[in-house]
Design a protein around this ligand. Structure first.
Ligand SMILES: [Cu+2]
Length: 261
């Protein structure tokens, strides 16, 4: 009797209405779903990608994560169907199931659903790419990155230049949260400006100038490398990226300027 009472008391609360007249139970379910989605995207599996140390890198990561979740859902449905027929018609004595020439509703479903999935993935891709490739007209910092066989030169607007010197790999210093506009060029052959933690790679092409922005979201030091086989010492084309607070960045830049002078 006690358990019955508790159950009925629970039912009363769960069927209660919230202000808008929607049953509380449904509101809670929707809330749980939304929270679940939020937790999945914030702390869900990375599927081997970086979470992204820039706002652009995070957009890339969320797109990749969304593609992966979609692939898992499609895979689960496909394999469930496959497993069902394998088990359902496993007996040797089973006669061949009823064969039909066509089934219009099923054909419509398996044409329309994949089309909708592709359209949705396309829309999300365009939205993410627009965010990733957007270039600010009023960046806080501008750096020209020059790739050459086999190193990098980072030139800041005030003339400070950091360049590869033998085994001394250059370091690109960026301010956290602020917008840094990168102008990427190549002095000789095709190179790839790749920062794994930023989920970002872009060709450095001779005769072509590429522009993009970085808005770092966290301080730290990250590995950078050339992602295009560009010759004998391609493997030596390493660099690092150090993200510091804007105040630290300003004092670093002033110090470098004084050292150059
Ligand atoms: Cu290279």
């Amino acid at each position: 009797m006690n358990s019955y009472k508790r159950e009925s008391a629970f039912d009363e609360t769960s069927e209660a209405l919230d202000g808008s007249g929607v049953p509380l139970k449904r509101t809670r379910t929707l809330g749980t779903l939304a929270l679940g989605g939020l937790i999945l995207s914030a702390c869900g599996p990375t599927f081997g990608a970086f979470r992204g140390a820039t706002t652009q890198g995070q957009s890339m990561f969320h797109l990749y994560q969304g593609f992966f979740y979609t692939a898992i859902a499609v895979g689960a449905i496909t394999f469930s169907g496959l497993l069902y027929v394998v088990l359902r018609f496993r007996r040797r004595t089973d006669t061949i199931p009823h064969q039909r020439h066509s089934n219009v509703p099923i054909e419509v479903i398996y044409t329309v659903i994949p089309t909708l999935i592709v359209i949705a993935l396309f829309v999300f891709t365009v939205r993410s790419e627009n965010k990733i490739t957007a270039v600010s007209s009023t960046p806080n910092v501008s750096v020209k990155v020059t790739a050459f066989q086999w190193g990098w030169r980072f030139t800041y607007a005030n003339g400070v230049s950091i360049v590869s010197q033998g085994a001394n790999y250059p370091q690109l210093v960026l301010p956290e949260t602020e917008t840094t506009k990168i102008t990427l060029v190549s002095q000789d052959v095709v190179h790839g400006f790749y920062i794994p933690a930023f989920n970002f790679s872009r060709y450095a092409l001779p005769g072509v100038t590429n522009y993009f922005d970085f808005n770092p979201t966290t301080t730290g030091t990250f590995v950078g490398r050339c992602s295009q086989l560009c010759g004998l010492y391609h493997g030596e084309m390493l660099f690092s990226v150090r993200v510091v607070t804007p105040a630290q960045f300003q004092s670093w830049l002033t110090q470098q300027k004084a050292a150059t002078a």
